[in-house]
Design a protein around this ligand. Structure first.
Ligand SMILES: *Cc1c(COP(=O)(O)O)cnc(C)c1O
Length: 229
């Protein structure tokens, strides 16, 4: 089951990349394991998964500690959920990348904690492209100032942008949001920044995201099945 699901997702990523004239190896798959048990995560890693996305610090902590001695060193954990300021310390301790930096305050806090640990924390900036109130992320207007700030912080390494677009049944309706994130990154890079990653696309729309330039897709349900919450 897991094997079929993972190979199906890889195949669809490759096909989407080729349709867009992209090299499929430019796209990495992040397996999103919220609500998935440590045992199932181990099975996925045994099938070649190396990037794991979690959205809650405490849940990730339990699994990471559980699997500490069982996973290859090349496995990376990515924080993809909203990060509360009081969870920054464990998050910096646990995660290879934090994809959800969305304010100057949060960036500074992560930088301070990373400095304490003698770590350079890899991060993405989460951008909010719609007016939905429940979504976190920096507005387009405030993005460049946040990019500047993050780049000025010595213990942060800014690698790109992430977004969670509004949900639509029809993935074509999400396409403009993915395109917008790519345009924002490209415009920043024209000004001399060097942002590589675009983390966008989930189970329902990752192929469209890849067609629009995603370098990281975050896929849960299509790999592990439906979640209970
Ligand atoms: C849960 C989650 C995903 C994966 O969603 P699926 O629809 O299960 O693929 C991706 N990104 C974030 C931020 C998530 O919280």
């Amino acid at each position: 089951m897991l094997l079929e699901n993972i190979s199906h997702v890889y195949k669809r990523i490759s096909h989407a990349a080729m349709r867009a004239g992209r090299d499929p190896s430019e796209v990495v798959l992040i397996a999103v394991t919220k609500t998935v048990s440590a045992e199932r995560i181990k099975e996925a890693v045994d099938l070649g998964i190396r990037l794991i996305g979690e959205n809650r610090v405490q849940e990730a902590k339990e699994k990471i500690e559980r699997l500490r001695d069982e996973l290859p060193e090349t496995v990376q954990w990515h924080m993809i959920g909203h990060l509360q300021k009081n969870k920054v310390r464990p998050a910096v301790m646990l995660f290879d990348m934090i994809q959800s930096v969305d304010s100057i305050e949060l960036a500074r806090k992560i930088n301070r904690v990373a400095a304490d640990f003698g770590k350079v924390q890899r991060v993405l900036i989460q951008v909010k492209l719609s007016e939905e109130e429940t979504k976190h992320g920096v507005s387009e207007e405030a993005l460049e100032a946040l990019v500047e700030e993050v780049l000025s912080l010595e213990n942060l390494s800014l690698e790109g942008l992430m977004t969670i677009p509004p949900f639509f049944e029809d993935p074509e309706l999400v396409r403009p949001y993915f395109r917008r994130l790519r345009q924002l990154r490209d415009k920043l890079n024209e000004k001399g920044y060097r942002l590589k990653e675009l983390s966008m696309g989930m189970s329902g729309d990752y192929e469209v995201a890849v067609e629009e330039g995603a370098t990281m897709v975050r896929v849960g349900t299509a790999i592990f099945g439906r979640r209970s919450y």
